[in-house]
Design a protein around this ligand. Structure first.
Ligand code: PNS
Length: 208
Protein backbone atom coordinates (compact mmCIF):
# COMPACT_ATOMS: atom_id res chain seq x y z
CA UNK A 1 0.00 0.00 0.00
CA UNK A 2 1.25 3.49 -0.86
CA UNK A 3 2.56 5.52 2.04
CA UNK A 4 1.26 9.01 2.74
CA UNK A 5 4.23 11.34 2.75
CA UNK A 6 4.03 14.94 3.95
CA UNK A 7 6.55 17.73 4.06
CA UNK A 8 6.62 20.22 6.90
CA UNK A 9 8.68 23.11 5.47
CA UNK A 10 9.94 26.12 7.35
CA UNK A 11 12.83 28.23 8.55
CA UNK A 12 12.93 26.77 12.08
CA UNK A 13 15.27 29.52 13.29
CA UNK A 14 15.07 28.25 15.98
CA UNK A 15 12.69 25.30 16.38
CA UNK A 16 10.06 26.06 19.03
CA UNK A 17 7.69 23.93 21.08
CA UNK A 18 4.99 25.04 18.62
CA UNK A 19 6.93 23.44 15.76
CA UNK A 20 7.43 20.25 17.76
CA UNK A 21 3.75 20.14 18.68
CA UNK A 22 2.89 20.28 14.99
CA UNK A 23 5.50 17.67 14.08
CA UNK A 24 4.04 15.29 16.67
CA UNK A 25 0.50 15.86 15.35
CA UNK A 26 1.72 15.36 11.78
CA UNK A 27 3.53 12.16 12.72
CA UNK A 28 0.20 10.70 13.89
CA UNK A 29 -1.58 11.57 10.65
CA UNK A 30 1.01 10.80 7.96
CA UNK A 31 2.99 7.61 7.36
CA UNK A 32 6.12 9.69 6.83
CA UNK A 33 6.78 13.31 7.73
CA UNK A 34 9.76 15.18 6.34
CA UNK A 35 10.73 18.27 8.29
CA UNK A 36 12.34 20.35 5.55
CA UNK A 37 14.45 23.37 6.49
CA UNK A 38 14.63 26.02 3.81
CA UNK A 39 18.12 27.02 2.71
CA UNK A 40 17.50 30.70 2.14
CA UNK A 41 20.60 32.83 1.49
CA UNK A 42 18.34 35.91 1.25
CA UNK A 43 17.11 35.64 4.83
CA UNK A 44 19.42 36.24 7.77
CA UNK A 45 19.33 33.40 10.27
CA UNK A 46 20.59 33.18 13.82
CA UNK A 47 21.48 29.50 13.46
CA UNK A 48 23.19 27.95 10.46
CA UNK A 49 21.36 25.38 8.41
CA UNK A 50 23.59 22.68 9.89
CA UNK A 51 22.84 23.79 13.45
CA UNK A 52 19.09 23.82 12.84
CA UNK A 53 19.26 20.44 11.18
CA UNK A 54 21.20 18.97 14.11
CA UNK A 55 18.79 20.44 16.67
CA UNK A 56 15.74 19.15 14.81
CA UNK A 57 17.27 15.71 14.33
CA UNK A 58 17.84 15.39 18.07
CA UNK A 59 14.42 16.79 18.92
CA UNK A 60 12.52 14.51 16.54
CA UNK A 61 14.54 11.32 17.13
CA UNK A 62 11.68 9.88 19.23
CA UNK A 63 9.33 9.77 16.22
CA UNK A 64 10.43 6.95 13.94
CA UNK A 65 8.42 8.22 10.93
CA UNK A 66 9.89 11.73 11.06
CA UNK A 67 12.93 12.66 8.97
CA UNK A 68 14.82 15.97 8.84
CA UNK A 69 16.13 17.37 5.58
CA UNK A 70 17.05 20.68 3.96
CA UNK A 71 15.93 22.10 0.65
CA UNK A 72 16.31 25.08 -1.62
CA UNK A 73 14.40 26.31 -4.62
CA UNK A 74 10.72 25.73 -5.07
CA UNK A 75 8.90 23.71 -2.45
CA UNK A 76 6.78 22.00 -5.11
CA UNK A 77 9.93 20.76 -6.87
CA UNK A 78 11.33 19.41 -3.64
CA UNK A 79 7.96 17.77 -2.86
CA UNK A 80 7.96 16.12 -6.28
CA UNK A 81 11.46 14.72 -5.71
CA UNK A 82 10.39 13.35 -2.35
CA UNK A 83 7.21 11.89 -3.87
CA UNK A 84 5.25 13.75 -1.20
CA UNK A 85 1.46 13.94 -1.23
CA UNK A 86 1.04 16.92 1.04
CA UNK A 87 2.59 19.97 2.62
CA UNK A 88 1.89 20.44 6.30
CA UNK A 89 1.63 23.97 7.69
CA UNK A 90 0.56 25.30 11.05
CA UNK A 91 -2.05 27.98 11.54
CA UNK A 92 -1.93 29.59 14.97
CA UNK A 93 -4.40 32.40 14.58
CA UNK A 94 -6.50 34.07 11.92
CA UNK A 95 -3.59 36.42 11.22
CA UNK A 96 -1.65 33.48 9.73
CA UNK A 97 -4.47 32.56 7.40
CA UNK A 98 -4.10 35.09 4.60
CA UNK A 99 -0.44 34.39 3.98
CA UNK A 100 -0.87 30.62 4.32
CA UNK A 101 -3.83 30.63 1.94
CA UNK A 102 -1.84 32.58 -0.64
CA UNK A 103 1.08 30.20 -0.36
CA UNK A 104 -1.14 27.09 -0.49
CA UNK A 105 -3.01 28.34 -3.56
CA UNK A 106 0.20 29.33 -5.32
CA UNK A 107 1.69 25.91 -4.60
CA UNK A 108 -1.52 24.34 -5.93
CA UNK A 109 -1.19 26.41 -9.10
CA UNK A 110 2.39 25.18 -9.49
CA UNK A 111 1.47 21.58 -8.73
CA UNK A 112 -2.26 20.76 -8.59
CA UNK A 113 -1.57 17.30 -7.15
CA UNK A 114 0.18 18.61 -4.05
CA UNK A 115 -2.27 19.26 -1.20
CA UNK A 116 -1.62 21.63 1.68
CA UNK A 117 -2.88 20.41 5.04
CA UNK A 118 -3.27 22.89 7.89
CA UNK A 119 -3.08 21.83 11.50
CA UNK A 120 -3.47 23.92 14.63
CA UNK A 121 -0.82 23.67 17.33
CA UNK A 122 -1.95 23.51 20.95
CA UNK A 123 -3.51 26.82 21.95
CA UNK A 124 -0.72 27.25 24.51
CA UNK A 125 1.53 28.00 21.56
CA UNK A 126 -0.84 30.23 19.59
CA UNK A 127 1.21 33.35 20.36
CA UNK A 128 4.61 31.69 19.93
CA UNK A 129 7.01 32.48 17.08
CA UNK A 130 10.73 31.97 16.45
CA UNK A 131 11.07 35.70 15.86
CA UNK A 132 9.68 36.60 19.29
CA UNK A 133 11.77 33.90 20.95
CA UNK A 134 14.94 35.41 19.47
CA UNK A 135 13.92 38.89 20.49
CA UNK A 136 13.14 37.87 24.08
CA UNK A 137 16.47 36.07 24.49
CA UNK A 138 18.38 39.01 23.06
CA UNK A 139 16.68 41.33 25.52
CA UNK A 140 17.50 39.05 28.45
CA UNK A 141 14.06 37.48 28.96
CA UNK A 142 13.19 33.86 29.65
CA UNK A 143 11.86 31.53 26.97
CA UNK A 144 11.48 28.54 29.28
CA UNK A 145 8.56 26.39 28.21
CA UNK A 146 8.48 27.99 24.77
CA UNK A 147 11.44 26.16 23.25
CA UNK A 148 13.06 22.82 24.12
CA UNK A 149 15.88 23.05 26.72
CA UNK A 150 18.43 22.20 24.05
CA UNK A 151 17.34 25.20 21.98
CA UNK A 152 17.18 27.46 25.03
CA UNK A 153 20.81 26.62 25.88
CA UNK A 154 22.00 27.22 22.34
CA UNK A 155 20.11 30.50 22.13
CA UNK A 156 21.70 31.74 25.32
CA UNK A 157 25.18 30.67 24.18
CA UNK A 158 24.70 32.33 20.80
CA UNK A 159 23.50 35.61 22.27
CA UNK A 160 26.20 35.61 24.97
CA UNK A 161 28.89 35.02 22.37
CA UNK A 162 27.47 37.76 20.16
CA UNK A 163 25.00 40.13 21.84
CA UNK A 164 24.45 41.84 18.49
CA UNK A 165 23.66 38.61 16.65
CA UNK A 166 20.18 39.89 15.84
CA UNK A 167 21.00 43.50 15.09
CA UNK A 168 19.93 44.89 11.76
CA UNK A 169 20.65 48.19 10.09
CA UNK A 170 18.74 50.83 12.04
CA UNK A 171 15.86 52.75 10.53
CA UNK A 172 16.65 51.96 6.94
CA UNK A 173 13.68 52.18 4.66
CA UNK A 174 11.82 49.26 3.17
CA UNK A 175 11.12 48.94 -0.55
CA UNK A 176 8.01 51.08 -0.38
CA UNK A 177 9.48 53.68 1.92
CA UNK A 178 8.00 52.17 5.06
CA UNK A 179 10.27 52.42 8.10
CA UNK A 180 12.12 49.24 8.98
CA UNK A 181 12.82 48.87 12.66
CA UNK A 182 15.67 47.02 14.27
CA UNK A 183 13.94 43.68 14.67
CA UNK A 184 10.72 44.05 12.77
CA UNK A 185 9.79 43.70 9.13
CA UNK A 186 12.62 41.38 8.17
CA UNK A 187 10.60 38.72 6.50
CA UNK A 188 11.97 38.87 2.96
CA UNK A 189 10.88 35.67 1.30
CA UNK A 190 9.51 35.29 -2.19
CA UNK A 191 5.85 35.53 -1.25
CA UNK A 192 6.38 38.73 0.67
CA UNK A 193 8.44 40.27 -2.09
CA UNK A 194 5.82 39.26 -4.63
CA UNK A 195 2.94 40.67 -2.61
CA UNK A 196 4.85 43.90 -2.07
CA UNK A 197 5.56 44.15 -5.78
CA UNK A 198 1.89 43.53 -6.55
CA UNK A 199 0.82 46.07 -3.97
CA UNK A 200 -1.26 43.55 -2.04
CA UNK A 201 -1.42 43.62 1.70
CA UNK A 202 -0.84 39.94 2.04
CA UNK A 203 2.68 39.96 3.39
CA UNK A 204 2.35 38.57 6.83
CA UNK A 205 4.38 39.94 9.67
CA UNK A 206 6.58 37.67 11.68
CA UNK A 207 5.05 34.26 11.24
CA UNK A 208 8.29 32.41 11.69
O1 PNS B 1 8.90 29.08 8.51
P1 PNS B 1 8.54 29.96 7.34
O2 PNS B 1 9.62 30.99 7.12
O3 PNS B 1 7.16 30.56 7.50
O4 PNS B 1 8.50 29.01 6.03
C1 PNS B 1 8.25 29.55 4.75
C2 PNS B 1 8.47 28.49 3.65
C3 PNS B 1 9.83 27.84 3.79
C4 PNS B 1 7.41 27.42 3.78
C5 PNS B 1 8.30 29.20 2.27
O5 PNS B 1 9.08 30.35 2.24
C6 PNS B 1 8.71 28.30 1.09
O6 PNS B 1 8.06 27.32 0.80
N1 PNS B 1 9.80 28.65 0.41
C7 PNS B 1 10.33 27.88 -0.70
C8 PNS B 1 10.30 28.67 -2.00
C9 PNS B 1 8.95 28.54 -2.68
O7 PNS B 1 8.51 27.47 -3.04
N2 PNS B 1 8.29 29.68 -2.85
C10 PNS B 1 6.95 29.76 -3.40
C11 PNS B 1 5.93 29.55 -2.28
S1 PNS B 1 4.30 29.82 -2.86
Amino acid sequence: MKKNVAIYPGSFDPPTNGHLDLIERGSHVFDELIVAILRNPGKEALFTLGERRKMLKTLTAKWSNVRVDTFDGLLVEYARKQKADAVLRGIRAISDYEYELQMALMNRKLDPKLETVFMMPAETYSYLSSRLVKEIVTLGGSVRGLVPTLVEQQLRERVQANPHALDRPEDTEGMNGEPRTKHGNHRRDGVQEASRALGTASHRKGKS
